[in-house]
Write a protein of this length. Structure first.
Length: 50
C-alpha cells in the first residue's frame, strides 16, 4: 500500500521537483518497490533465519 501512495505523490506533482521531500519519497518508493519485486520473485519466505 505504501508503494502505491508514494507513486501517487510522485505522479501528482504536489512535491516540488528537486525538493528534499520529493527525494525522500522517491527513495522510499524505490525501497518499497524493490521489496515488492523481491516478494513477487518468491523471496522473503518469512522470518529471517540465522
Amino acid at each position: 500500500r505504501f508503494r502505491q501512495i508514494a507513486a501517487s505523490q510522485l505522479r501528482c506533482g504536489e512535491l516540488a521537483e528537486g525538493s528534499r521531500v520529493r527525494a525522500a519519497v522517491a527513495e522510499m518508493y524505490s525501497v518499497a518497490n524493490y521489496a515488492f519485486c523481491y516478494r513477487m520473485r518468491g523471496g522473503g519466505g518469512g522470518a529471517a533465519a540465522q
